[in-house]
Design a protein around this ligand. Structure first.
Ligand SMILES: Nc1ncnc2c1ncn2[C@@H]1O[C@H](COP(=O)(O)OP(=O)(O)OP(=O)(O)O)[C@@H](O)[C@H]1O
Ligand SMILES: [Mg+2]
Length: 329
């Protein structure tokens, strides 16, 4: 079964073999009810695939509810996901429908499922298995009819081996897997993505100088499509009306084909506004600590004097990625 490209919503760009097979898989899975696990590095388009699995299927007019499991505060996680009855805890004045109920009839997208704490995994398993939700502090059981899509940028098998993710839940969510290759492995898509980016902002796509094209192809793209978008955003801001992308317009790390961060030099900051300088320092320190602890987030948080939630928030704010680079280089 073929999904014509124009039916994709939002559009998925790329004609590399890897992307073509993802699009074919979406066409086959969109009409089915099966739980899908979407894997890939940060910024590869996992949420984009989830939205397409919803919008190309029969439930497209029903709700699509996305939840980032890493951003849920453990204190309110249960009530967010499963809801709560009146007076089930201090402050629960009115009853509240959780995300599972809000997604009823449609799709629930559980992003960063690997970050879900073990205590919530047990309850999640029951809901996924029985399609029944019981709000916290309430005896009533409500049936929900939902499609469950999950995404992760960590290797869930390893989380299972190391006891952080329940094997039974893993089997439930990993019925079919859609894997998104990192951008560096489908450089063929770079030019199409660049053209699409400009066109979607109502701009004429520029040409690429030979050197700029080589630099884009050589670069490691640890932040994948999102990093490419940021780079193009930067270019549009700095060179309005550009008609050709030249190497001199690229960020230094990309122009030099060097994915590693340069050592931090405080002299770089002498003319920088304070908030920007502090942000730069913070990002640098986060990256160093994460690399040192081999992306052990709890350990990094301890070393930095942050809560784990606090660290995750900052990682997200700065769009820090690195596990993949650590594994591949
Ligand atoms: N093939 C593609 N075609 C068009 N846009 C894309 C493609 N892949 C990714 N994007 C865009 O790149 C951005 C990042 O994609 P998305 O948020 O889906 O990534 P992700 O894998 O969920 O990232 P993260 O792990 O950081 O949450 C989005 O703006 C998305 O629309
Ligand atoms: Mg995402």
């Amino acid at each position: 079964m073929q999904t014509p490209r124009h039916k994709l919503d939002p559009p998925i760009i790329g004609t590399s073999d890897a992307m073509e097979s993802v699009v074919r898989l979406i066409a086959r899975l969109a009409t089915s009810e099966v739980n899908v696990l979407i894997t890939g590095e940060s910024g590869t388009g996992k949420e984009l695939v989830a939205r397409n699995l919803h919008s190309c299927g029969p439930k497209k007019t029903k709700p699509f509810v996305a939840v980032n499991c890493a951003a849920l505060n453990p204190g309110i996680l249960e009530s967010e996901l499963f809801g709560h009855g009146r007076g089930s805890f201090t402050g629960a004045v009115t009853p509240h429908a959780g995300l599972f109920e809000q997604a009823d009839g449609g799709t629930l997208f559980l992003d960063e499922i690997g970050e879900l704490p073990l205590f919530a995994q047990a309850k999640m398993l029951r809901v996924i298995q029985d399609r029944e939700v019981r709000r916290m502090g309430s005896a009533a059981v409500r049936r929900v009819s939902i499609r469950i899509l999950c995404a992760t940028n960590t290797e869930l098998e390893r989380e299972v081996r190391e006891g952080r993710f329940r094997l039974d839940l893993f089997y439930r969510v990993n019925v079919v897997r859609v894997h998104l290759a990192p951008l560096r492995e489908r450089a063929a898509d770079l030019v199409d993505l660049t053209d699409f980016f400009f066109a979607s902002r109502g701009l004429l796509p520029p040409t690429l100088s030979k050197q700029a094209r080589e630099a884009l192809f050589r670069y490691h793209w640890p932040g994948n499509v999102r990093e490419l978008q940021n780079e193009l955003d930067r270019m549009v801001a700095l060179y309005p009306g550009l008609t050709e992308i030249k190497t001199s317009m690229l960020s230094e790390r990309i122009a030099n084909g060097n994915a590693r961060e340069r050592p931090f030099d405080v002299r770089l900051l002498s003319d920088t506004p304070l908030p920007e300088a502090v942000g730069y320092l913070e990002e640098n320190l986060l990256r160093k600590t994460l690399e040192k602890t081999n992306w052990n987030k709890s350990k990094s948080a301890r070393e930095l004097g942050l809560s784990r939630q606090g660290l995750l928030k900052k990682i997200k704010r700065y769009g820090i990625t690195g596990r993949a680079r650590d594994l591949t280089s």
